[in-house]
Design a protein around this ligand. Structure first.
Ligand SMILES: Cc1cc2nc3c(=O)[nH]c(=O)nc-3n(C[C@H](O)[C@H](O)[C@H](O)COP(=O)(O)OP(=O)(O)OC[C@H]3O[C@@H](n4cnc5c(N)ncnc54)[C@H](O)[C@@H]3O)c2cc1C
Length: 379
């Protein structure tokens, strides 16, 4: 393919953030006419992940939402808390549907070009220009939006998991309830829970998830998943249709700094919520924000987390890192004493001060106050 060597925008990395930015750019009547190049090492990722998030309205990707729930449950010991999520719905999108949906939409634009190759470097030329070098070529652009993880990510804590999609012959799941956290699993000196999302009454994603400093060998996730399935669905045969594994950094530290015409997006653009690992909705917010800033010729600022909520994240991470209180106890208390909507708002950074106070009152001041003071003085 003939690649020009000057573009308005180069999108380096076509995963969640790269595709989201492309989608929002192409939805804008003016920016959709810009010359855009999309570079990724692998455009055939298949169904490499599922994204779940909550929304209180019809979102831009409603047509590819494969399942939504209006109830969640959280379990710890004898506590079994079921909560309606109104006005939110907890939604799931399959990675493959997302990639295909956006690439099919973008194929209608002749001004969008694609290169399948490994990016070797992204260099700043001056305040208004940057260069992307890939195996076999290079091009310049006014802006490069990068989600590639060039350097190894440094993070003291990770959210890491293995999930299996299981299918039974007979109905075994209540498909109306998403099991957000079942802490009745081995904690491994960390915070660990089973995440169980029923897709039908026979089929579910069952994911063993941990917040801890190091990632496990695959067989350890398998052992816990097998025991959990045996305990809950004893003797009932099922088939594993699909597996997913992942590790998401949980850090309040910036992963990259933007350099003039090079703007980091997605995980590398600090879109992940440090205390939870959720990123999908923050990536939508970030890429829509960039589109708006480009449209109105404003300086680009991809930051999506506000100072107040970043502070709460830092305090929680401090408590988890220094094992001041067990994570299962923290989340169980939050869900026991609050409704799902307040918790969702808090975790989306959209809660107001009163709602924040309500969440904080669920937690022991004797632990959280000293941690907050430590975080203030560490900054
Ligand atoms: C398995 C999994 C499940 C997740 N589930 C959820 C969820 O339910 N809800 C939620 O909110 N968040 C979730 N996340 C977190 C987050 O939403 C995802 O990690 C999201 O994909 C991050 O988007 P991104 O664009 O930054 O990175 P990616 O989607 O990983 O995209 C990066 C892209 O860059 C490309 N690339 C990397 N290096 C190079 C290179 N040198 N040259 C060329 N291309 C390169 C890759 O091929 C890839 O396409 C999940 C993460 C994982 C790993």
């Amino acid at each position: 393919m003939q690649v020009q060597n000057k573009y308005d925008y180069i999108i380096a990395g076509a995963g969640c953030a790269g595709y989201s930015l492309l989608y929002h750019l192409l939805k804008d009547p003016v920016l959709s006419k810009k010359k855009i190049l999309v570079v990724d090492a692998n455009f055939n990722k298949g169904n490499d992940r599922t994204w779940c998030f909550w929304e209180d309205s019809v979102g831009p990707f409603e047509s590819i939402v494969c399942k939504k729930w209006s109830n969640i449950e959280v379990l710890k010991g004898a506590m079994h808390r079921s909560l309606p999520t109104t006005p939110f719905e907890y939604k799931m999108i399959q990675g493959i549907d997302f990639y295909q949906h956006i690439s099919a939409f973008a194929k209608g634009f002749e001004n969008v070009e694609w290169v399948a190759s490994k990016i070797l470097s992204i260099d700043s030329i001056n305040a208004n220009s940057a260069r992307v070098n890939w195996e076999g070529g290079a091009a310049n652009a006014d802006y490069v939006f990068s989600s590639i993880n060039g350097e190894r990510i440094q993070s003291t804590l990770w959210q890491h998991f293995k999930g299996i999609i299981v299918e039974f012959d007979k109905p075994v799941f209540d498909q109306h309830i998403a099991r957000l956290m079942d802490f009745n699993v081995p904690q491994m000196d960390a915070t660990a829970f089973m995440y169980l999302l029923p897709l039908t009454d026979k089929k579910a994603l069952v994911e063993y998830t941990l917040f801890s400093p190091s990632i496990l060998v695959e067989s350890k996730y398998d052992t816990v998943l097998n025991i959990y399935m045996e305990e809950h669905y004893k003797g009932q045969g099922y088939q594993i249709q699909h597996t997913e594994m992942g590790a998401i950094p949980m850090t309040s530290k910036k992963l990259t700094s933007n350099k003039a015409a090079i703007v980091s997006i997605g995980t590398m653009g600090d879109a992940v919520k440090a205390s939870t690992g959720y990123a999908f909705q923050f990536i939508q917010k970030q890429t829509q924000q960039i589109v708006s800033q480009l449209k109105f010729n404003q300086a680009l600022n991809p930051a999506v987390h506000h100072t107040r909520h970043q502070f709460y994240d830092a305090v929680l991470l401090y408590i988890l890192e220094h094992q001041k209180m067990a994570g299962d106890e923290i989340f169980a208390r939050i869900f026991k004493k609050n409704d799902a909507a307040t918790v969702f708002k808090f975790l989306s950074n959209t809660s107001n001060l009163m709602e924040d106070i309500r969440i904080m009152l669920s937690l022991p001041t004797s632990i959280f106050l000293p941690a907050a003071i430590k975080v203030v003085f560490r900054r």
